[in-house]
Write a protein that binds this ligand. Sequence first.
Ligand code: FPP
Length: 249
Amino acid sequence: MLKEQINLKKLPRHIAIIMDGNGRWAKGQGKFRIFGHQNGVISVREVAEGCAELGVECLTLYAFSTENWSRPKHEVSALMSLLVKTIRTETKTLMDNGIKLDAIGDRNMLPKDCISELDEAMEITKANKRMTLILALSYSAKWDIVNATKQIAAKAKNNEISVEDIDETMINNTLTTYKYPHPELMVRTSGEQRISNFLLWEIAYSELYFTDVLWPDFRKEDLYKAIIDFQNRERRFGKTSEQLSEIKK
Ligand code: FPP
């Protein structure tokens, strides 16, 4: 059993996933792309449950990027409807698993029903402590960094801070991801090896894991494989192997 090979004491606190390959999965079966997104919801449920069962604290899923707005109109509206429906129907799964829901991204871009569904699910799940599921919606890392820069510049202009006060901590605390530890592990499915504007600042020291599995086929076993791979890596944070073994002694 793969699950038993996982060292629960060395779990990543935060896993981020680029859920890719829904369209190809559907096309491979002669179906419309949205069929792939619909089946992707099953993988979302599996992975959220899998992470919560293990004790991962945060899971961030790239559900809709800023760039996804330029997809054909019918796909965008089908994805938004799917999101609204999924958030509504899966609130029970979130409650059953003690999962709190949160979202990052430019929420003003989202349709009204999506914002109200999200707000409702976030309110219902807010006291859950086992894990936080963070949906990246209308999100891109460059958008977040530009947004944070504007806020910091406005503070400097109003003399609330001086330019010398600007440091990594301030930038960190101004990004929409400020509440969460940075992901130790980032996974991308479908064989593509790109970051696609996801959490650029936060993945400075993340381990990257790429798998050929298409997102609608991704199951708990695939999650376990990614975590085992992560646990077999040496995370040096710029130090040498020798320095690390000194620290461990
Ligand atoms: C990428 O596959 C996937 C998306 C843009 C959407 C992901 C959305 C879901 C899995 C559904 C709902 C999610 C939640 C969190 C409720 P792609 O369309 O780029 O696939 P392709 O590269 O094969 O074309």
